[in-house]
Ligand binder design. Structure first.
Ligand SMILES: Cc1cc2nc3c(=O)[nH]c(=O)nc-3n(C[C@H](O)[C@H](O)[C@H](O)COP(=O)(O)OP(=O)(O)OC[C@H]3O[C@@H](n4cnc5c(N)ncnc54)[C@H](O)[C@@H]3O)c2cc1C
Length: 282
């Protein structure tokens, strides 16, 4: 993770990573134990497939297993539902992944990582460090971006990445587009227009992802263009959308990252409870 424990832990001092920053596994374990310790009712592997109704009669939330009535619905659906694609020929091969989990299946294999943000940089670093023959295809403007506010690679990713390059283990190609992915190769057009064909066992396309706003739009929630992507329109204080009773939090709003994904519900859930109590006593 790039966050420090105080930014992502549920209560102060309860996340104790081995190093300065928690790993993904340490953080997931922290959250899972929070759920277990507080015996929270979390239904896993249950997808919400439809939300219908309105604030007056309440909403019907239909899942792939059951259905629930709710007077208020808070959407916290993240922004990973729709990984962006290159739309390059061959992108449908099984060796092409749009998520990166771990480098271990790719030791001594030829790996290509396409992308210019932290996810791509981190994947290229981990693959290279763990013995995959790694090529990173990145646009020059991303490679040269040093502005953290504009999404530049974090320095604790860039520095070891540059060490991998200097040691000759990682190749960076400043590219224009991926021309074709075939079973055993990838053909890349470099920024100078040259065509480069390299052997390849696995491709990671890590060029961002978008939220699936279908359920919200069906309810009548308005959206707008945010800084990076399309976001729902909501009140910045209450996070209620233009549809009364429908709230949004987390990574698919403008309050991205884990800290606001924890802080905002902490602030607005009591407000939602208050509005419910007021509605009952009316
Ligand atoms: C490689 C990587 C590293 C990152 N590192 C950091 C970091 O160090 N610090 C930081 O602050 N942020 C980091 N982020 C961003 C961070 O992951 C997000 O900010 C955070 O997960 C947002 O939480 P969220 O609850 O909004 O969304 P998510 O964590 O994406 O959770 C949304 C959940 O909703 C579920 N869901 C979606 N649709 C439905 C549906 N219809 N029915 C039921 N469930 C549904 C999804 O399955 C998912 O479990 C990183 C992201 C990546 C990809």
């Amino acid at each position: 993770m790039f966050s420090t424990p105080n930014e992502v832990e549920m209560h102060e001092g309860t996340l104790k990573p081995v190093r300065e920053k928690p790993t993904r596994e340490e953080l997931l374990s922290h959250y899972i134990h929070f759920v277990l310790d507080h015996d929270l009712r979390v239904n896993t592997a249950e997808e919400v497939v439809d939300v219908a109704g309105n604030d007056n009669d309440g909403f019907i939330v239909r899942t792939d297993r059951d259905q629930y009535r709710a007077s208020r619905v808070l959407f916290a659906i993240g922004a990973m539902a729709k990984p962006r694609r290159l739309n390059a020929p061959g992108e449908e091969f099984a060796k092409v992944h749009h998520h990166f989990v771990e480098p271990y299946p790719y030791v001594r294999k030829d790996a290509l990582v396409v992308g210019g943000g932290n996810s791509a940089a981190e994947a290229a670093l981990f693959l290279s460090e763990e013995g995959a023959r790694t090529t990173m295809a990145i646009w020059r403007e991303d490679w040269e971006n040093r502005d953290p506010k504009a999404g530049a690679m974090k320095h604790w990713v860039r520095n070891p990445l540059e060490q991998e390059i200097a040691a000759g283990r990682l190749r960076v190609v400043l590219y224009k587009e991926i021309d074709e992915i075939t079973e055993h190769e990838v053909t890349i057009k470099t920024e100078t227009g040259e065509s480069l064909t390299i052997p390849n066992h696995v491709v990671f396309v890590l060029v961002g992802s978008d939220a699936d706003l279908t359920l919200l739009k069906k309810l009548g929630v308005k959206t707008e263009q945010g800084k990076l992507t399309e976001v729902p329109v909501y009140d910045p204080e209450t996070f209620e959308t233009n549809v009364r009773g429908i709230y949004v939090v987390g990574h698919f709003t403008n309050a991205r990252h884990i800290k606001p994904a924890i802080d905002v519900p902490r602030r607005i859930v009591p407000l939602i409870a208050k509005s419910l109590r007021a509605a009952v006593s009316r």
